[in-house]
Ligand binder design. Structure first.
Ligand code: ADP
Ligand code: MG
Length: 341
């Protein structure tokens, strides 16, 4: 009998986890709360789901009536009030633009439009691309967290929260669960997971998919009290006239980041995991690993497709999360296995 069995709820008893799957943020949220058990687990589950739905409404840029959608359409040069929480998260996200050398940049709406990423994809000509690039980054949009305003500084400029919205939502959901005394939970929001497991509880076993063969498991992670986000450019990438147009853009040169595999980031802060998975995909395995090598608390795993197969490289902080090779005794198989894309 392993610890994992009893605590993960595989044994039917009064502490069975509460589970629910809902459509939110343009994807699926699968949520499972295993403690404190009974009715309070259900209440905590509903509160966590409500929190993700609240963040969707707060940060969404698809629904034309959402606050950020309105600000994204406001006249150039006019500070537009947005919810203070949205302004703070946008400012936090923009802070990562500088730290990642522009690899992560939420003010990149002009490029999203140029490549038609919200439609079927298109290829901009050189002039269009140059124009769009001038409408991206610090000179495109001003976020004032103190005044809680967003100001568009250029025609065609707008903020896209797609690179950090899921992380922001999972961070809020984690706070909600912890405030309710939950120590064990698993949330999967469109491929980014949040796992809570108190010291002494079994970790969650999470499978990282092969970046090209999504049904195959490339690596197994053993996670507790962290979030793991994976970014890759194949899943939602479309092809226009033979050119791959992936959904992750390189804001420095303006083109979709080329396909090379996937990167998985593990952090105690779901927001950081989300931001850095996108940023490190843009940087690519070499520059990305150099950038992430010495991060003390953030695990980074690159899965790189080579002519010889899949090459896995990771920083030192990732080592504590990598599952050991399966032991001869069958203990590891009794833990639930979840998947990252
Ligand atoms: P997913 O949304 O598939 O989990 P990511 O977390 O990597 O993947 O976010 C990709 C989304 O982020 C894109 O759909 C787009 O909305 C936005 N985005 C694309 N490129 C960048 C970038 N370089 N920096 C910030 N956001 C980006
Ligand atoms: Mg991201």
């Amino acid at each position: 009998m392993t610890l994992g069995c009893a605590l993960s709820g595989l044994v039917p008893n009064a502490t069975d986890p509460a589970r629910r799957t809902v459509a939110v943020m343009g994807t699926w949220l699968h949520a499972e709360v295993a403690a404190p058990g009974g009715p309070s687990a259900s209440a905590a589950l509903e509160a966590a789901i409500a929190e993700v739905e609240r963040m969707d409404a707060l940060l969404g840029t698809w629904d034309p009536s959402a606050p950020l959608s309105r600000a994204n359409r406001a006249p150039v040069g006019t500070p537009t009030p947005v919810p203070a929480e949205a302004a703070a998260l946008l400012a936090e996200a923009r802070g990562w633009a500088a730290r990642t050398g522009g690899a992560f940049e939420p003010a990149l709406g002009a490029l999203v439009d140029a490549w038609g990423l919200r439609g079927g994809g298109r290829i901009p000509d050189a002039d269009e691309l140059a124009l769009a690039l001038r409408r991206v980054g610090a000179g495109a949009v001003r976020v004032d967290p103190d005044a809680a305003t967003l100001t568009r500084l250029q025609d065609g400029a707008w903020v896209d929260t797609g690179g950090f919205g899921k992380g922001a939502a999972l961070r809020s959901a984690a706070d909600t669960l912890r405030a309710r005394g939950v120590s064990r939970a698993f949330l999967d929001l469109g491929g980014q997971v949040l796992v809570l497991a108190a010291p002494g509880e079994a970790p969650w076993r999470v499978a990282v998919a092969h970046p090209a063969l999504r049904q195959d498991t490339a690596t197994l992670l053993l996670l507790r009290d962290v979030s793991a986000a994976t970014s890759g450019n194949s899943e939602r990438g479309s092809s226009v006239g033979g050119t791959a147009v992936g959904h992750i853009l390189d804001p420095r040169g303006g083109a979709p980041a080329p396909w090379w595999g996937s990167v998985t980031v593990v952090s105690a802060d779901p927001f950081v995991a989300d931001v850095l998975s996108t940023a490190l995909y843009v940087l690519g395995p070499e520059a990305g690993l150099a950038w992430a090598r010495d991060l003390p608390d953030v695990g980074v795993l690159f899965l790189v497709e080579t002519s010889d197969g899949l090459e896995a490289v990771h920083n030192q902080a990732m080592e504590r999360w990598l599952d050991a090779p399966p032991p001869s005794a069958g203990t590891s198989h009794s833990r639930p296995e979840r998947r990252l894309p």
